[in-house]
Design a protein around this ligand. Structure first.
Ligand code: NI
Length: 183
């Protein structure tokens, strides 16, 4: 399988700090192709051998702004224990409710646009309900939890020009860790 050619912007690029715009339907062919190519890229990146062969980092999600398009679209490829993937193409998402409980990823969050080691924790809701449009323009509602909840919040932040590193307290990177659950 050939790795789709996609170009990922680095955090230094100003686009990554801008608000993405809502998308109208029907989506154009290029947008659909890019979403599908990016999902394929993410799935392949999570295969250690493939990642090594192409010298790429593993990633679970990608927002269109990271590819240079200020559109409120992101994709997520979430691997299950049996090595199948749950795939999401999410358009114009809105968080409609969230848990009180906060969590953080103990080993730290990663981002394919952030090419450096970053220490610290990013507070996230343990569970969120998201309303969004699928690739065909149908309204969907999904409740996500744990790492998938983190991934959705990380990608929704991208649509608002926010990177995970922006959410880490620079003076105290582990601030309030005891008030949250580590995952
Ligand atoms: Ni990211």
């Amino acid at each position: 399988m050939k790795l789709p050619e996609i170009k990922i912007l680095d955090e230094k690029n100003k686009l990554l700090h801008q608000q993405s715009k809502e998308v109208t339907f029907p989506l154009d062919k290029e947008t659909i192709k890019l979403a599908k190519d990016t999902l394929k890229y993410l799935k392949m990146s999570q295969d250690e051998k493939v990642a090594e062969k192409y010298n790429i980092r593993a990633g679970m999600g990608m927002a269109f702004v990271q590819l240079g398009f200020l559109k409120r679209i992101f994709v997520i490829a979430s691997e299950n224990d049996d090595h199948t993937f749950d795939e999401y193409i999410v358009v114009n998402p809105k968080i409609i409710s969230q848990s009180e409980e906060l969590i953080y990823v103990g080993e730290g969050e990663g981002c394919l646009s952030v090419n450096r080691e970053v220490e610290g924790i990013v507070p996230r809701y343990a569970r969120i309900t998201v309303q969004f449009y699928d690739i065909n323009g149908n309204l969907q509602t999904i409740r996500v939890r744990e790492d998938l909840s983190v991934a959705f919040q990380h990608e929704i932040d991208h649509l608002n020009g926010i990177l995970f590193v922006d959410k880490i307290d620079k003076k105290n990177p582990y601030k309030n860790a005891s008030k949250m659950r580590e995952i």
